[in-house]
Design a protein around this ligand. Structure first.
Ligand SMILES: C[S@@+](CC[C@H](N)C(=O)[O-])C[C@H]1O[C@@H](n2cnc3c(N)ncnc32)[C@H](O)[C@@H]1O
Length: 286
C-alpha cells in the first residue's frame, strides 16, 4: 500500500506577545486610584458589598487579610466593627488617605488596622488568616496567567486551614464588551470631588478579545475651562465564570460557594457580580 503523505500542520509557536502585562495595563491599574477623594465620592453609594463583608467578617470573627484595601472603604468599617484587618495595596495615595482617616479614628480602631504598601502578587506575611478578601474587582487587575498564578500562590500561603478566600468580580457582559471604542457614553455634568470643578464626563470602552482586557477611558473636561481636560484609564481583565473556577482549581483552591450580587440567593444568569468563596484544596501550602 502506498504510504499516505500527511501535510504538516502549521502550529503557532508563541502567542506570548498577546498575553504579557504591558505599560498600558500598569497605567490602567494605578491611574484610577491617584485621587482618593474622587474615588471615595464616586463609590460612596456602594453599600451592598460593604454590608456583605461586614456580615461575613463578624460571622467568622477572625483576623482578616484584605488585598486591595485602597482607602479603606471596607477595611475601616470592619475595624470599627471590631475586626482585626491587615490591608495590602500598591497605591500610595490610597493608603495615605486611609492613614489620614485612621489618625482621626479611635485608638482601638487604629490598633486593629495594619497596612502594607506593596504588590499583592509579592507581599508576604509570616502568619495565616482565617479570612482573606479580595474586594471590589481588585482581582481584575491581574491581567495575565502569570499574574493570577503569582497572586494565588500568595493567597494559598496566607490562608489558614479551614479558612476562606472570598473574592468578588464583575461578570463579563457580552453586550458591554461589544461596545464600539469610538463611541463616548456621556452622563450629566457633575462637581468633581477632587478638583471641585464642574466637569463634563464621558467613558469609552475598548475590549481586546485576545487578552480579555477591557480598557475604560474616563474622560473629564472642565465646564468653565474647556481646554482643561484629562483622561483616566482603567484596565480590567475579564474572567468568565468557568475560567475563574478553573484558575482557582489549578492553583490549589476549591470553590465552596458562589453568591450573586452580594446576596445569599442562588446564582442566576443575570448576575452582575459573583462572590466566590474558596478554600484550600488539601492542606495549607508552604
Ligand atoms: C477598586 S479598588 C478597591 C478598593 C477598596 N477595597 C474598595 O472596595 O473600595 C482596587 C484596589 O486594588 C489596588 N491594586 C490594584 N492592583 C494591585 C496590586 N497588583 N497589588 C496591590 N493592590 C493593587 C488598587 O490600588 C486599588 O486600591
Amino acid at each position: 500500500m502506498k504510504p499516505v503523505r500527511v501535510k504538516p500542520v502549521r502550529t503557532v509557536t508563541s502567542l506570548a506577545f498577546a498575553f504579557e502585562r504591558t505599560a498600558v495595563h500598569e497605567r490602567g491599574s494605578d491611574s484610577h486610584y491617584e485621587d482618593p477623594s474622587y474615588y471615595a465620592a464616586t463609590y460612596a453609594d456602594r453599600t451592598a458589598d460593604l454590608d456583605y463583608y461586614l456580615g461575613l467578617a463578624c460571622e467568622v470573627d477572625v483576623p482578616v487579610l484584605e488585598y486591595g484595601c485602597g482607602n479603606g472603604r471596607i477595611a475601616l468599617p470592619l475595624a470599627h466593627a471590631g475586626v482585626r484587618v491587615t490591608g495590602v495595596d500598591r497605591s500610595r495615595p490610597m493608603l495615605d488617605d486611609l492613614r489620614r482617616q485612621l489618625r482621626r479614628a479611635p485608638a482601638g480602631v487604629r490598633e486593629r488596622v495594619r497596612l502594607r504598601q506593596g504588590d499583592m502578587r509579592a507581599v508576604r506575611f509570616r502568619e495565616r488568616f482565617g479570612l482573606v478578601l479580595c474586594t471590589f474587582n481588585t482581582f481584575l487587575h491581574l491581567y495575565t496567567r502569570a499574574d493570577v498564578e503569582r497572586y494565588l500562590a500568595r493567597v494559598t500561603s496566607h490562608l489558614a486551614r479551614g479558612g476562606k478566600f472570598v473574592v468578588d468580580v464583575s461578570v463579563p457582559s457580552a453586550a458591554e464588551l461589544a461596545r464600539s471604542p469610538s463611541r463616548t457614553y456621556r452622563v450629566r455634568p457633575f462637581r468633581h470631588a477632587g478638583t471641585g470643578e464642574v466637569v463634563r464626563y464621558g467613558e469609552r470602552f475598548d475590549y481586546d478579545p485576545m487578552t480579555q482586557v477591557l480598557k475604560v477611558d474616563m474622560m473629564f473636561e472642565s465646564r468653565d475651562r474647556p481646554r482643561h481636560k484629562w483622561v483616566t484609564p482603567l484596565c480590567h481583565r475579564q474572567f468568565f465564570p468557568q475560567e475563574l473556577e478553573a484558575l482557582f482549581h489549578y492553583n490549589g483552591l476549591t470553590v465552596v460557594d458562589v453568591h450573586p450580587d452580594f446576596t445569599r440567593e442562588p446564582v442566576t444568569p443575570d448576575a452582575r457580580t459573583l462572590v466566590y468563596h474558596a478554600k484550600l484544596r488539601g492542606g495549607p501550602r508552604r
